[in-house]
Structures are given as C-alpha cells and as structure tokens.
Design a protein around this ligand. Sequence first.
Ligand code: ZN
Length: 291
Amino acid sequence: MKRICWAVLLALLVGCGGKGKGGGSSQAAKLESGLNTDEKPTEIQFLHPDLLPINFHVAEDFSEEEVDAIMAAKNSWQAIDTLGIKFFDKNILIDENIDEDDDQSYKDMTVGIYLRKSWENHFSNALAVTIYDRQVFYRIDGKKRKKIVSPAILNPDILLNYYNYKFTTDPVNVGNDLQSVLVHEMGHLLGLQHIESTKKTVMYPTYSSGQILRKPQEIDSRHLYYSYEAYLEFLRAYDYVISGNQKGIVTHGTELPEGFHFGEIENVAIYLMKDGTCVHKVNGKVVKVER
Ligand SMILES: [Zn+2]
C-alpha cells in the first residue's frame, strides 16, 4: 500500500505494492461525488505561445509499442476540447535520442521525450522528470506594485529513467505503465499541478506500480480549461491576436503593452521518487517536498 509520488515525473513506482486498483469501472461515473465542481487550480501556468502546437521530438530508441503509447497519451490530452486550442501536432518527429549527462540539454526549443540510459544529474530513484524553464510575466500597476500575470513554460522535456527502471506497455502484465506515466507527465508539461481532492485524476500525486490510468479525467480537463482561459487572457493582454482558433493557428505580435515586463527565467524540475516523495526544484534548489 505504498504510494508513489508522481510528480511531474512519473511516477511509477517500482516496488510499490499494489494498492488496489483505483477503480476500473468507475471511470466517469461517480466522479464528482463530494467534489467541489468549482474547484480551480491553485497555480496557473501554461505553455508559452511560441511552443504551440507542440511537435514532440521522440527518441528513436523507443520501441514501436512505446511510440504508440506516447501517441496515445498525447492524443488523449488533445481529445479534450479546451477553448479550441491545438496543443499538439497530429504527428510526432522521431529524432535522435538525447542521453547526455548534461542537465542543460533540455534548453532548446524542441519539446522532447527522451529515454535516458544515464541519470547522473537527477535523483536516482526518480522514475521520470518533466523539466522546463518558466518565465513569469508581470505588470506594474498604478501604485508601482508588481502584479504577476502568469508564468509561461519554456523548453519543456520529459525524461524517462530507463537507467534504473523498466516501463511496460502491455495492458495485462503491467509494471510501470508507460502511457499512464506519460499522461501524468504531459499534464505537467501543459502546466497542470497535482490534484489531491480526488483520485479520479491523472494528476494525483502518487502512483502505484501496476496501476493503469491512461486518460485525463473530468477534473483534469477542467483544470486545463482554467489554465488556458488564463492563457487566452494573457494573449489578449499582450496584444497577441488569435486567429483560426479551430485550426489551432496562433499568430501574435511581439510588443508588450506599457507597464508589462518579463521576469527572470527560472528552471523547474519535478521529480517523482521511488519512496513516494515528490521533490520540486527551482534553479537547482529543492523548494518543495510532497509526501
Ligand atoms: Zn507529478
């Protein structure tokens, strides 16, 4: 009955004994019982508009079944109609794997899913990590107070720890289910935080080995909606213009309105640890540990 923390990372958790299923049949049914349907995310983050729609670069080292799991995870997020925004390209790009012991390797504008066979710069007992930069935008109000508008995510990558763990795609012999892990990690990549008010969410902070939860649930789509409602406000505030919404085509200007400023860029990494802890690092320092 151990729990594992998924944090951005994946979670998986090896060695976590089973905690039961989490419920196969109740998928959508009783979802909201006892839930405050007005619940909103406590922190709003969204992808930088320049990244959308994401064209994932997927390491060529993944097997065909693993690539299918990646596609399915991506498609399950895209299947939610969130304000007409196109988050992902229909296709992915199979690309060279990045497997360097270089913790700066994520800093390119490609959004990658990599299979790491070395893991020196990360916690060894993390199943995966979603790593990205974050830039806060703020505005100075009339009284010269800084008002944070929202942080936008830059340079995100998902790294899977194949050095220490194995992942499975078989729906029967389930170990660390790759698709379940990826759906969670992609939620972080889209800007979502953990959701603890219900277990009917792919963003629950813990995960048990053997568990399958491969599709975003109703509360996940709601959190995505609130995050990207803010994103649209952000675009308007910065004089970005959205056009061709259904096609997900976003065009925008580059000028910030008066009073708006860019903040420092910070690096964020969320680790899912084998002992069930989630560790959040900002600029290399541990800022939060969730159990
Ligand atoms: Zn997580």
